[in-house]
Ligand binder design. Structure first.
Ligand SMILES: [Zn+2]
Length: 430
């Protein structure tokens, strides 16, 4: 028997096809079967289970190309099971899990273990990045071809920058030959050493050591130069500075194959908003000044920044309770990313709804080469979210995530995911 569901009467937003209209969506056997007006009146669909989406948006399931699921090694903070349930709650149906686990995902057998765990435990699609260097030590390249053969969806040493430019050049050339996307965490450690917040008046006021925006931008500039030199694609993670955005914009104009992402916390919050010494507001790169945030908004609006990604980074309360100075870097984001984007970008008229959905679904799917994701085209995977763009809510613990380290706890957000389907099945419903 086929498994069917009719999502009736919602505003379908499918940027990949330029579609933005009230339509019914028929899902069958894990695929999008049809998107059309009047399906709900069809006689053969009268008995099909249906979800009333009137007044809501129906969008492709979100693709988050930057998450940390902590498995293996730190299952007390997050697991594939809890991290993917958090994703489902936020309308996210595909994630790319970074390789900085314990041990790191730097070889095919480790990758096989993880893919097995995901097949058993994941609520949604989990793709895995393979490490660029052995042990993420920045010394020796991993075996890219074997990682790709083992199912690595991209390459990244995220959590750490690749400081050695010569090694980065070789990594880019090798990744290009194999058609793998290389994602870089841009940070010059000689500029950021010992820092816990952004360099500037806020850090001075609190007596904390700050990392300057240039710690990011010098490596962004290096990566752009190496992408230009090699013709290899490079994707820049979690941009946080105006100068980085300007560098990417100029590079794209010259035809350099560079892409970039920004995180909700960076485009919604600033260093001046950090309450006291609260460790839940600490991440890397740090929250920066308002002028940097404005540049991120401009970059998102004009497409310089291709995608929105969370950098979902769970940490337990004990670690985060140590305060800004001593707490580890990172915040969770999967359960709030769409709501923060709707509040900060759509309701504040920075992005149209179509562009917002594009940055969170079609664009990351394209960057990762996922043809059947990020769109509601008939035949593609039945991964979708039904969103009430005007529903207000306040994120608060408990979360689906095992961790609760988010600066958005207690903040009123506008826009909420009502239903998430993965492979045609509900994985979240309000
Ligand atoms: Zn990073």
């Amino acid at each position: 028997m086929s498994e069917r569901l009719l999502i009736a009467g919602g505003l379908v937003i499918d940027p990949a096809r330029g579609l933005e209209a009230v339509r019914d969506v028929l899902v069958e056997d894990g695929e999008i079967r049809a998107v059309a007006a009047g399906l709900s009146r069809r006689r053969d669909l009268q008995d099909a289970p249906r979800f009333d989406a009137k007044g809501k948006w129906v969008i492709p399931g979100l693709v988050d190309m930057h998450v940390h699921l902590r498995e293996p090694g730190r299952e007390g903070d997050e697991t594939i099971a809890t991290g993917t349930r958090a994703a489902a709650r936020g309308g996210v149906t595909t994630v790319l899990a970074m390789a900085n686990t314990e041990p790191p995902t730097d070889n095919p057998s480790q990758l096989a273990l993880l893919r097995h765990a995901a097949a058993r435990d994941a609520a949604i699609e989990v793709l895995f990045a393979g490490a660029v260097t052995v042990g993420q030590k920045g010394e020796r390249l991993t075996e890219f071809a074997r990682l790709r053969a083992g199912g690595a969806a991209a390459l990244s040493d995220d959590g750490r920058p690749l400081m050695n430019a010569g090694l980065m050049r070789r990594a880019l050339e090798h990744a290009k030959d194999l058609g793998l996307l290389l994602i870089d965490h841009c940070e010059d450690l000689t500029l950021s050493a010992g820092a816990c917040v952004n360099e500037g008046p806020e850090a001075l006021r609190k007596g904390l050591r700050g990392a300057p925006w240039a710690a990011e931008t010098v490596q962004v500039a290096r990566d752009i130069a190496l992408a230009e030199l090699t013709g290899a694609r490079v994707h820049l993670a979690h941009l946080s500075s105006a100068a980085s955005v300007a560098a990417v914009r100029a590079a794209k104009r010259r035809g350099v194959p560079v892409s970039a992402e920004a995180c909700p916390h960076h485009f919604a919050l600033t260093d001046a908003m950090v309450p006291g010494y609260d460790g839940d507001w600490k991440m890397n790169p740090p929250l920066r000044a308002e002028a940097e945030r404005q540049a991120l908004l401009e970059g998102l609006a004009d497409g310089t920044i291709d995608a929105i990604a969370t950098d979902h980074a769970p940490h337990g309360c004990a670690a985060k309770g140590a305060g800004l100075d001593l707490a580890p870097f990172g915040v969770i984001g999967l359960e709030t990313s769409l709501s923060v984007a709707l509040t900060t970008l759509y309701h504040a008229k920075v992005l149209t709804r179509r562009k917002l959905v594009e940055r969170m679904s079609a664009a990351p799917a394209r960057l990762l080469g996922l043809a059947s994701k990020g769109t509601l085209a008939p035949g593609s995977d039945a991964d979708l979210a039904v969103v009430d763009p005007d529903a207000s809510w306040t994120p608060e613990a408990p979360f689906q995530s095992k961790s609760r380290n988010t600066p958005f706890a207690g903040r009123r957000l506008k826009g909420r995911v009502a239903l998430t389907l993965f492979a045609g099945r509900p994985v979240h419903a309000l």
